[in-house]
Design a protein around this ligand. Sequence first.
Ligand code: IPD
Ligand code: CA
Ligand code: CA
Length: 266
Amino acid sequence: MKVEAAIERLNRFEATVLPELAEFLRNLQNRDLAIKTKRNARDLVTVADLESEKRIVSFIRAAFPEDDVLAEEGGGDFGEALTWVIDPVDGTVNYAHGLPLYAISIGLAWQGKPIAGLVHMPALRTTYRAAIGSGATCDGVPIGVTDTLETSQSLVVTGFPYEREPIIDLLMTGVRSTLMNCRGIRRTGSAAIDLCWLAHGRFDAHYELNLAPWDTCAGELIVREAGGRVTDLNGREHELKHKSLLATNGRIHEDMLRILSVFRSE
Ligand code: IPD
Ligand code: CA
Ligand code: CA
């Protein structure tokens, strides 16, 4: 019942707000973005982030006033109702540097858990979607994770937190261990894209330390529905309150947990 309501909401969003919003973001890139910093000099917010979130939230308030909203720039929290978990631009640093790897990420959560999600990449004109029990799709076509069994044949993607000074050695140890055990490592600059491309069989694993619910809500459901597995870096099933994340094709999950054991914590 709730899943159907969530799917209906994403359908409405995709049919009404998304086309114009994507066009707006494509046109705005490379113009004056009025870049400001948030917690530190690397953590940016631009007029694109603010305007994208404003348009998404206005749509929700008008169309589904009973719903709750948790959005990166404006805050909010999980509520009793269906909660929209919104990253208005995931990959802001890429966006500010003119790169095409950025996404709008919208998850719908019920009782704190993702039940439907949509990730749209405006520059790539691509939409990933999933809902519990319905599988994952790219532009409407079903997708699935890789069947890679060996970490030596796996391509791993990661991201680095903006506040990296206190953990720089730890981060480098994780990169070193990945480089020594896997085929390669990539960094797209958007956790939502990392998760979608893992779901689509382009990457075999994605790990990261300091993620927020809006980075992962849609993407982690897309991975699970594509047949993958998502835990934190301690190996516990990933919940939106967990900051660390390991997503894989499932087959190499235990091996990746061992390779990334430097990140284990009590
Ligand atoms: C960031 C991106 C990046 C990840 C950072 C996130 P933002 O989100 O997803 O890939 O490494 O941890 O904060 O700031 O571009 O929305
Ligand atoms: Ca983000
Ligand atoms: Ca963002």
